[in-house]
Design a protein around this ligand. Structure first.
Ligand SMILES: [Zn+2]
Length: 403
Protein backbone atom coordinates (compact mmCIF):
# COMPACT_ATOMS: atom_id res chain seq x y z
CA UNK A 1 0.00 0.00 0.00
CA UNK A 2 1.36 3.40 -0.88
CA UNK A 3 0.57 6.59 1.02
CA UNK A 4 -0.67 9.66 -0.77
CA UNK A 5 1.27 12.82 0.07
CA UNK A 6 -1.74 14.18 2.03
CA UNK A 7 -1.59 11.08 4.21
CA UNK A 8 2.10 11.62 4.76
CA UNK A 9 1.45 15.19 5.85
CA UNK A 10 -1.25 14.01 8.21
CA UNK A 11 1.00 11.29 9.59
CA UNK A 12 3.84 13.71 10.31
CA UNK A 13 1.38 16.18 11.87
CA UNK A 14 0.02 13.46 14.12
CA UNK A 15 3.52 12.53 15.20
CA UNK A 16 4.35 16.17 15.97
CA UNK A 17 1.16 16.64 18.02
CA UNK A 18 1.82 13.40 19.89
CA UNK A 19 5.36 14.48 20.71
CA UNK A 20 4.01 17.79 22.04
CA UNK A 21 1.41 15.98 24.16
CA UNK A 22 3.96 13.52 25.50
CA UNK A 23 6.31 16.36 26.50
CA UNK A 24 3.42 18.10 28.32
CA UNK A 25 2.72 14.89 30.23
CA UNK A 26 6.17 14.99 31.84
CA UNK A 27 5.89 16.65 35.24
CA UNK A 28 8.90 18.92 35.03
CA UNK A 29 7.15 21.24 37.46
CA UNK A 30 8.62 23.28 40.30
CA UNK A 31 9.51 22.85 43.08
CA UNK A 32 12.06 20.01 43.23
CA UNK A 33 12.05 18.87 39.63
CA UNK A 34 13.41 15.53 38.58
CA UNK A 35 14.52 16.16 35.00
CA UNK A 36 15.07 12.46 34.19
CA UNK A 37 11.74 12.23 32.35
CA UNK A 38 12.65 15.16 30.08
CA UNK A 39 16.11 13.76 29.34
CA UNK A 40 14.67 10.34 28.46
CA UNK A 41 12.07 11.93 26.21
CA UNK A 42 14.66 14.09 24.46
CA UNK A 43 17.02 11.13 24.00
CA UNK A 44 14.19 9.34 22.23
CA UNK A 45 13.59 12.44 20.05
CA UNK A 46 17.28 12.71 19.17
CA UNK A 47 17.32 9.07 18.12
CA UNK A 48 14.27 9.55 15.90
CA UNK A 49 15.94 12.60 14.31
CA UNK A 50 19.27 10.83 14.01
CA UNK A 51 21.00 13.65 15.88
CA UNK A 52 23.76 13.31 18.47
CA UNK A 53 22.73 14.34 21.97
CA UNK A 54 24.90 15.48 24.84
CA UNK A 55 23.96 16.01 28.46
CA UNK A 56 26.05 18.63 30.22
CA UNK A 57 25.91 18.64 34.00
CA UNK A 58 27.15 21.80 35.67
CA UNK A 59 24.96 21.50 38.76
CA UNK A 60 24.00 17.91 39.72
CA UNK A 61 20.37 17.11 38.98
CA UNK A 62 20.10 20.05 36.55
CA UNK A 63 20.94 18.63 33.13
CA UNK A 64 21.52 20.79 30.06
CA UNK A 65 20.52 18.81 26.98
CA UNK A 66 22.12 19.63 23.63
CA UNK A 67 21.15 18.11 20.29
CA UNK A 68 23.32 19.03 17.36
CA UNK A 69 22.66 19.10 13.64
CA UNK A 70 26.04 19.73 12.05
CA UNK A 71 26.00 22.10 9.10
CA UNK A 72 27.89 21.91 5.82
CA UNK A 73 30.31 24.46 7.15
CA UNK A 74 30.81 23.61 10.84
CA UNK A 75 33.46 26.30 11.23
CA UNK A 76 30.80 28.99 10.90
CA UNK A 77 29.28 30.30 14.13
CA UNK A 78 26.32 28.13 15.09
CA UNK A 79 22.67 28.88 15.82
CA UNK A 80 21.35 28.04 19.28
CA UNK A 81 17.68 27.05 19.48
CA UNK A 82 16.98 27.36 23.18
CA UNK A 83 14.05 26.41 25.36
CA UNK A 84 13.56 25.60 29.04
CA UNK A 85 12.24 22.23 30.23
CA UNK A 86 10.78 23.43 33.52
CA UNK A 87 7.28 24.77 34.14
CA UNK A 88 5.65 26.68 36.98
CA UNK A 89 3.32 25.01 39.55
CA UNK A 90 -0.42 24.65 39.00
CA UNK A 91 -3.57 25.00 41.09
CA UNK A 92 -4.87 21.64 39.94
CA UNK A 93 -8.51 22.19 41.05
CA UNK A 94 -8.70 25.42 39.05
CA UNK A 95 -8.07 23.58 35.77
CA UNK A 96 -10.87 22.26 33.59
CA UNK A 97 -8.46 19.63 32.16
CA UNK A 98 -5.60 17.71 33.73
CA UNK A 99 -2.58 20.06 33.74
CA UNK A 100 -0.25 17.16 32.90
CA UNK A 101 -2.61 15.17 30.71
CA UNK A 102 -1.74 16.70 27.35
CA UNK A 103 -5.37 16.22 26.35
CA UNK A 104 -6.92 17.74 23.25
CA UNK A 105 -10.29 19.35 23.82
CA UNK A 106 -12.06 21.43 21.15
CA UNK A 107 -8.93 21.57 19.02
CA UNK A 108 -6.71 22.77 21.84
CA UNK A 109 -3.88 20.96 23.58
CA UNK A 110 -4.06 21.51 27.35
CA UNK A 111 -1.13 21.37 29.70
CA UNK A 112 1.27 23.38 31.80
CA UNK A 113 3.98 24.48 29.39
CA UNK A 114 1.66 24.49 26.33
CA UNK A 115 2.63 28.17 25.80
CA UNK A 116 5.61 28.55 28.15
CA UNK A 117 7.51 26.97 26.53
CA UNK A 118 7.37 23.26 25.74
CA UNK A 119 5.66 24.19 22.46
CA UNK A 120 8.80 26.03 21.32
CA UNK A 121 11.10 23.13 22.21
CA UNK A 122 8.94 20.79 20.13
CA UNK A 123 8.73 23.32 17.28
CA UNK A 124 12.52 23.32 16.94
CA UNK A 125 12.56 19.51 16.78
CA UNK A 126 9.62 19.14 14.42
CA UNK A 127 10.98 21.83 12.11
CA UNK A 128 14.29 19.94 11.96
CA UNK A 129 12.38 16.71 11.28
CA UNK A 130 10.56 18.39 8.41
CA UNK A 131 13.70 20.01 6.97
CA UNK A 132 15.51 16.68 7.12
CA UNK A 133 12.66 14.81 5.49
CA UNK A 134 12.67 17.44 2.72
CA UNK A 135 16.41 16.75 2.30
CA UNK A 136 17.30 20.31 3.22
CA UNK A 137 20.89 20.86 4.31
CA UNK A 138 22.09 23.89 6.25
CA UNK A 139 25.30 25.89 6.06
CA UNK A 140 25.87 26.34 9.77
CA UNK A 141 25.40 24.03 12.71
CA UNK A 142 22.30 24.07 14.91
CA UNK A 143 22.45 23.37 18.62
CA UNK A 144 19.06 22.69 20.13
CA UNK A 145 19.41 23.29 23.86
CA UNK A 146 16.96 22.32 26.59
CA UNK A 147 17.83 23.98 29.89
CA UNK A 148 16.57 23.58 33.45
CA UNK A 149 15.37 26.07 36.06
CA UNK A 150 14.52 29.09 33.88
CA UNK A 151 11.36 29.61 35.91
CA UNK A 152 13.36 30.06 39.10
CA UNK A 153 15.88 32.48 37.63
CA UNK A 154 18.18 30.19 35.65
CA UNK A 155 20.86 30.28 38.37
CA UNK A 156 21.63 26.55 38.02
CA UNK A 157 20.73 26.50 34.33
CA UNK A 158 21.70 28.96 31.62
CA UNK A 159 23.50 31.29 34.03
CA UNK A 160 26.13 28.69 34.93
CA UNK A 161 26.11 27.03 31.53
CA UNK A 162 27.33 30.17 29.72
CA UNK A 163 30.45 30.11 31.92
CA UNK A 164 31.51 26.60 30.83
CA UNK A 165 33.99 25.38 28.20
CA UNK A 166 31.18 23.30 26.67
CA UNK A 167 29.24 26.47 26.02
CA UNK A 168 32.22 28.27 24.49
CA UNK A 169 32.83 25.29 22.19
CA UNK A 170 29.33 25.71 20.74
CA UNK A 171 30.59 28.94 19.11
CA UNK A 172 27.13 30.51 18.96
CA UNK A 173 26.51 33.33 16.50
CA UNK A 174 22.88 33.89 17.36
CA UNK A 175 20.19 32.33 19.55
CA UNK A 176 16.45 31.93 19.43
CA UNK A 177 14.67 31.89 22.78
CA UNK A 178 11.14 32.33 24.07
CA UNK A 179 8.78 35.13 23.16
CA UNK A 180 5.21 35.74 24.23
CA UNK A 181 1.82 34.90 22.70
CA UNK A 182 -0.07 37.73 21.11
CA UNK A 183 -3.85 38.07 21.28
CA UNK A 184 -4.11 39.61 17.81
CA UNK A 185 -2.71 38.99 14.34
CA UNK A 186 0.77 40.30 15.26
CA UNK A 187 3.75 38.41 16.71
CA UNK A 188 5.90 39.74 19.56
CA UNK A 189 9.66 39.73 19.02
CA UNK A 190 11.95 40.44 21.96
CA UNK A 191 15.34 42.05 21.42
CA UNK A 192 16.03 43.09 25.00
CA UNK A 193 14.44 42.80 28.43
CA UNK A 194 13.68 44.78 31.55
CA UNK A 195 16.10 44.59 34.46
CA UNK A 196 14.90 42.89 37.60
CA UNK A 197 15.35 44.73 40.89
CA UNK A 198 14.08 42.91 43.95
CA UNK A 199 14.36 44.96 47.12
CA UNK A 200 13.64 44.17 50.75
CA UNK A 201 13.02 47.35 52.72
CA UNK A 202 13.18 47.61 56.51
CA UNK A 203 11.55 50.52 58.36
CA UNK A 204 12.37 50.63 62.06
CA UNK A 205 10.14 52.60 64.46
CA UNK A 206 9.48 53.39 68.10
CA UNK A 207 7.69 50.52 69.74
CA UNK A 208 5.27 51.83 72.33
CA UNK A 209 1.64 51.68 73.47
CA UNK A 210 -0.75 51.46 70.52
CA UNK A 211 -2.71 54.45 71.86
CA UNK A 212 0.27 56.86 71.73
CA UNK A 213 0.78 59.67 69.21
CA UNK A 214 4.58 59.58 68.97
CA UNK A 215 6.79 60.45 66.00
CA UNK A 216 9.24 58.16 64.21
CA UNK A 217 6.87 55.22 63.83
CA UNK A 218 7.56 52.48 61.30
CA UNK A 219 4.08 53.03 59.83
CA UNK A 220 4.81 56.65 58.87
CA UNK A 221 7.99 55.65 57.05
CA UNK A 222 6.19 52.92 55.15
CA UNK A 223 3.41 55.37 54.25
CA UNK A 224 5.92 57.88 52.85
CA UNK A 225 7.65 55.26 50.68
CA UNK A 226 4.39 53.73 49.46
CA UNK A 227 3.18 57.23 48.50
CA UNK A 228 6.29 57.63 46.33
CA UNK A 229 5.93 54.15 44.83
CA UNK A 230 2.32 54.61 43.83
CA UNK A 231 2.94 58.09 42.43
CA UNK A 232 5.78 56.67 40.30
CA UNK A 233 3.55 53.76 39.27
CA UNK A 234 0.72 56.06 38.16
CA UNK A 235 3.19 58.04 36.03
CA UNK A 236 4.43 54.87 34.36
CA UNK A 237 0.84 53.74 33.73
CA UNK A 238 0.12 57.09 32.11
CA UNK A 239 3.27 56.90 29.99
CA UNK A 240 2.14 53.52 28.70
CA UNK A 241 -1.33 54.83 27.98
CA UNK A 242 -0.26 57.96 26.10
CA UNK A 243 3.00 56.89 24.46
CA UNK A 244 1.42 53.84 22.83
CA UNK A 245 4.46 51.70 23.61
CA UNK A 246 4.58 48.20 25.02
CA UNK A 247 5.04 47.08 28.64
CA UNK A 248 8.81 46.84 28.23
CA UNK A 249 9.03 50.58 27.51
CA UNK A 250 8.07 51.50 31.08
CA UNK A 251 9.16 50.49 34.56
CA UNK A 252 6.88 48.39 36.77
CA UNK A 253 7.00 48.40 40.55
CA UNK A 254 4.87 46.31 42.89
CA UNK A 255 4.57 45.88 46.64
CA UNK A 256 4.33 42.10 46.97
CA UNK A 257 5.29 41.15 50.54
CA UNK A 258 4.74 42.94 53.86
CA UNK A 259 5.56 41.84 57.43
CA UNK A 260 5.48 43.61 60.77
CA UNK A 261 3.92 44.13 64.16
CA UNK A 262 3.06 41.84 67.05
CA UNK A 263 -0.33 43.00 68.29
CA UNK A 264 -2.84 45.78 67.53
CA UNK A 265 -2.10 47.74 70.74
CA UNK A 266 1.70 47.84 70.25
CA UNK A 267 3.36 50.06 67.61
CA UNK A 268 5.77 47.85 65.63
CA UNK A 269 9.55 47.99 66.19
CA UNK A 270 9.93 47.26 62.52
CA UNK A 271 7.96 46.81 59.27
CA UNK A 272 9.56 44.98 56.36
CA UNK A 273 8.30 44.89 52.82
CA UNK A 274 9.42 43.45 49.49
CA UNK A 275 9.22 45.19 46.12
CA UNK A 276 9.45 43.68 42.66
CA UNK A 277 10.66 46.31 40.26
CA UNK A 278 11.26 45.74 36.54
CA UNK A 279 13.31 48.59 35.19
CA UNK A 280 13.05 49.33 31.49
CA UNK A 281 16.47 49.56 29.79
CA UNK A 282 15.21 52.94 28.50
CA UNK A 283 15.49 54.28 32.06
CA UNK A 284 18.48 56.37 33.11
CA UNK A 285 19.75 53.93 35.74
CA UNK A 286 21.80 56.49 37.70
CA UNK A 287 18.79 58.80 38.04
CA UNK A 288 16.52 55.89 38.91
CA UNK A 289 18.86 54.68 41.63
CA UNK A 290 19.13 58.22 43.03
CA UNK A 291 15.33 58.42 43.18
CA UNK A 292 15.08 55.17 45.16
CA UNK A 293 17.81 56.39 47.50
CA UNK A 294 15.95 59.69 48.03
CA UNK A 295 12.78 57.79 48.99
CA UNK A 296 14.88 55.87 51.53
CA UNK A 297 16.60 58.86 53.07
CA UNK A 298 13.48 61.07 53.15
CA UNK A 299 11.29 58.37 54.72
CA UNK A 300 12.84 58.78 58.19
CA UNK A 301 15.62 57.46 60.35
CA UNK A 302 17.12 54.00 60.01
CA UNK A 303 15.36 52.87 56.81
CA UNK A 304 17.45 50.29 54.91
CA UNK A 305 17.23 48.55 51.54
CA UNK A 306 18.60 45.11 50.85
CA UNK A 307 18.86 44.41 47.11
CA UNK A 308 18.20 40.74 46.36
CA UNK A 309 18.41 41.31 42.60
CA UNK A 310 19.83 44.39 40.92
CA UNK A 311 20.40 43.81 37.23
CA UNK A 312 21.93 46.34 34.93
CA UNK A 313 21.20 46.55 31.19
CA UNK A 314 23.05 44.21 28.84
CA UNK A 315 23.67 45.03 25.18
CA UNK A 316 20.37 44.82 23.31
CA UNK A 317 20.19 42.63 20.22
CA UNK A 318 20.58 44.83 17.16
CA UNK A 319 17.68 44.84 14.76
CA UNK A 320 19.45 46.33 11.78
CA UNK A 321 21.72 45.25 8.95
CA UNK A 322 24.65 44.92 11.37
CA UNK A 323 22.93 41.74 12.53
CA UNK A 324 22.70 39.33 9.54
CA UNK A 325 20.75 36.78 11.59
CA UNK A 326 18.04 39.35 12.26
CA UNK A 327 17.95 40.27 8.58
CA UNK A 328 17.46 36.59 7.70
CA UNK A 329 14.81 36.17 10.39
CA UNK A 330 13.00 39.29 9.18
CA UNK A 331 13.09 38.21 5.56
CA UNK A 332 11.76 34.74 6.43
CA UNK A 333 8.89 36.13 8.48
CA UNK A 334 8.07 38.71 5.80
CA UNK A 335 7.87 35.94 3.23
CA UNK A 336 5.35 34.24 5.52
CA UNK A 337 3.42 37.53 5.88
CA UNK A 338 3.94 37.60 9.64
CA UNK A 339 3.65 40.99 11.26
CA UNK A 340 6.35 41.31 13.93
CA UNK A 341 6.24 43.79 16.80
CA UNK A 342 9.82 44.18 18.06
CA UNK A 343 9.80 45.07 21.74
CA UNK A 344 11.51 44.84 25.10
CA UNK A 345 10.47 41.73 27.05
CA UNK A 346 8.57 42.87 30.16
CA UNK A 347 9.78 39.85 32.14
CA UNK A 348 13.04 37.98 32.45
CA UNK A 349 14.21 35.11 30.26
CA UNK A 350 17.40 33.10 29.89
CA UNK A 351 18.18 35.29 26.88
CA UNK A 352 19.70 37.82 29.27
CA UNK A 353 22.64 35.52 30.08
CA UNK A 354 23.38 35.06 26.39
CA UNK A 355 23.08 38.78 25.57
CA UNK A 356 25.42 39.49 28.48
CA UNK A 357 27.99 37.34 26.61
CA UNK A 358 27.49 39.48 23.50
CA UNK A 359 25.34 36.91 21.68
CA UNK A 360 22.34 38.30 19.78
CA UNK A 361 19.09 36.71 20.96
CA UNK A 362 15.71 36.87 19.26
CA UNK A 363 12.87 36.04 21.65
CA UNK A 364 10.08 34.55 19.60
CA UNK A 365 7.18 32.15 20.15
CA UNK A 366 5.09 31.51 17.04
CA UNK A 367 1.80 32.18 18.83
CA UNK A 368 -0.69 34.80 17.65
CA UNK A 369 -4.46 35.21 17.93
CA UNK A 370 -4.22 33.35 21.22
CA UNK A 371 -5.30 34.12 24.77
CA UNK A 372 -2.23 34.78 26.90
CA UNK A 373 -2.10 31.96 29.45
CA UNK A 374 1.52 31.92 30.63
CA UNK A 375 1.60 30.75 34.26
CA UNK A 376 -2.23 30.72 34.32
CA UNK A 377 -4.92 28.06 34.83
CA UNK A 378 -5.96 26.02 31.78
CA UNK A 379 -2.84 26.87 29.77
CA UNK A 380 -3.43 25.58 26.24
CA UNK A 381 -2.48 26.00 22.60
CA UNK A 382 -4.62 25.49 19.50
CA UNK A 383 -3.59 22.47 17.42
CA UNK A 384 -3.78 24.62 14.30
CA UNK A 385 -1.48 27.24 15.81
CA UNK A 386 0.87 24.46 16.85
CA UNK A 387 1.00 22.96 13.34
CA UNK A 388 1.42 26.39 11.73
CA UNK A 389 4.31 26.98 14.12
CA UNK A 390 6.27 24.08 12.62
CA UNK A 391 6.10 25.70 9.18
CA UNK A 392 7.16 29.05 10.61
CA UNK A 393 10.20 27.61 12.38
CA UNK A 394 11.19 25.67 9.25
CA UNK A 395 11.47 28.92 7.30
CA UNK A 396 13.16 30.86 10.09
CA UNK A 397 15.70 28.15 10.91
CA UNK A 398 16.54 27.54 7.28
CA UNK A 399 17.07 31.27 6.66
CA UNK A 400 19.15 31.87 9.78
CA UNK A 401 21.32 28.81 9.26
CA UNK A 402 22.18 29.88 5.72
CA UNK A 403 23.31 33.40 6.65
ZN1 LIG B 1 9.26 30.58 29.78
Amino acid sequence: MSLRSADLVDASNAQAVNNFREYLQIRSVHPEINYDGCVKFLEKQAKSLDLPIKIVTVVPGKPIVIMTWTGKNPNLPSIMLNSHMDVVPVYEDMWSQKPFGGEIVDGKVYGRGAQDMKCVGIWYLEAIRMLKSNKVTLECTLHVTFVPDEEIGGKDGMKVFVETEEFKKLNIGCALDEGMPSTNEEFALFYDERCMWHMNWTCPGISTHGSALVNDTAGEKVAYILGKIYEFRRNEQNKLKYLKGTMGDVTAINLNVIHGGVQTNVTPAEIKFGLDCRVTPKEDFKTFEKMIESWRSEAGSGVTIDFVEKWLPVPATKLNDENPYWMAFKKATEALNLKLVPQICPGRTDGVFLRAKGIPVLGFSAINNTELLLHQHDEHLGVETFLKGIQIYCKIIEAMANV
